[in-house]
Design a protein around this ligand. Structure first.
Ligand SMILES: Cc1cc2nc3c(=O)[nH]c(=O)nc-3n(C[C@H](O)[C@H](O)[C@H](O)COP(=O)(O)OP(=O)(O)OC[C@H]3O[C@@H](n4cnc5c(N)ncnc54)[C@H](O)[C@@H]3O)c2cc1C
Length: 306
């Protein structure tokens, strides 16, 4: 019997576990090997029990939200992968919206818009979960998660529940206080006061945003959005730098720098995770040689890359 199975049985846990579950279907790049054990808790209670049990072991733990900002190794991820897709739900309160961490962030924006609550419209059509958007402090179309976040409920790795009240000073460009990996986000509270009148204008803006993303090829092939962070010190966005160096269309195996946007790498259909990682390195090397700028990947490489 596997160590993980033994550990879960010892603590009498009844959380559904899939062993050797392929993770490619759980990431927007559509690549990646198996999770040694994939667990999708259906409630915060189940997650808490699982974490408390794992805290007594040396089994590695990885959290996966919508898989929209990660490349999972072809070798997969050892230990337990908690996929948050079961922690869903959206509630409307007086001046805000509360969402389960596994809820698609775009669905939260849609719920807010239906109630004519501005504040989250800018994030509509962005892939990923609500927990992942907080973890990354996602930003686009003039908005940033930290600006609308009021509080976050979490469970620590040791299985203790807690509550974080937003302090904007804790956040920065692609930075959130959750990146030390000690807290698993379970519930997210946003400020989104209702305004009188119809939600037509909000929906119009959201459809424009969706169309804009479509026009930029965001949904044309599997990808993880921007592959590199932007760095103000470089004086121009990473995509422009990559264009200038002439790397649009560059391929490595089944991975390719998008012909439509220099800062997007796509899976043309046959890419392995290694192809994507090698292409990231190749772009970094070429840009560094030509410009002296070292691009920093925004995408996270998860799992065993040995
Ligand atoms: C087509 C496309 C367009 C994109 N456009 C944008 C954009 O405009 N702006 C932008 O900011 N991003 C963009 N992205 C990237 C991505 O959508 C965001 O980074 C998103 O917030 C990732 O959320 P996720 O749930 O997929 O996180 P994942 O990729 O699953 O995980 C990212 C990190 O968050 C951690 N994490 C996830 N959930 C939790 C949780 N509940 N508790 C603790 N840790 C957690 C994971 O462990 C991991 O370290 C785009 C991606 C795609 C595919």
């Amino acid at each position: 019997m596997r160590t993980i199975q033994r550990a879960l049985q010892k603590f009498n846990l009844h959380v559904p576990v899939q062993f050797d579950a392929s993770l490619s279907e759980y990431t927007t790049f559509r690549v990646g090997g198996p999770a040694e054990a994939l667990v999708q808790p259906r409630t915060t209670g189940e997650l808490t029990q699982l974490l408390a049990a794992l805290a007594h072991t040396t089994i590695p733990l990885t959290i996966l939200g919508g898989g929209a900002n990660v490349v999972v190794s072809d070798n997969g991820i050892p230990g337990v992968v908690v996929h948050t897709a079961g922690l869903t739900g959206v509630d409307v309160t007086g001046d805000g919206i509360i969402a389960g961490a596994g809820t698609a962030i775009s669905d939260v924006a849609a719920c807010a818009a239906d109630e004519n609550r501005p504040g989250l419209d800018w994030i509509y059509a962005m892939p990923g979960s609500t927990g992942g958007a907080v973890w990354m402090n996602a930003r686009c179309y003039g908005g940033e998660i930290a600006a609308v976040l009021t509080e976050v409920h979490y469970v620590t790795r040791a299985g203790a529940p807690g509550r974080y009240i937003t302090d904007p000073a804790d956040f920065g460009y692609k930075v959130s206080p959750f990146q030390d990996g000690e807290r698993i986000i379970t519930e997210v509270h946003f400020s989104a006061p209702r305004q009188p009148g119809s939600s037509a204008a909000l929906w119009e803006r959201m459809r424009e945003i969706e169309e804009d993303r479509r026009g930029k090829g965001h949904f044309a092939a599997p990808c993880a959005g921007s592959i590199f962070k932007n760095d103000r010190q470089f004086g121009e966005p990473s995509g422009k730098i990559i264009d200038r160096v002439g790397l649009r269309g560059l391929r490595h195996g089944g991975a390719q720098v998008s012909s439509g946007h220099g800062n997007i790498i796509i899976n043309t259909g046959t890419a392995s995770a290694r192809d994507i990682r090698d292409l990231v390195t190749e772009v970094q090397d070429q840009v560094y040689r030509e410009t002296g700028h070292l691009l920093d990947p925004e995408v996270l490489f998860l799992g065993d890359w040995t």
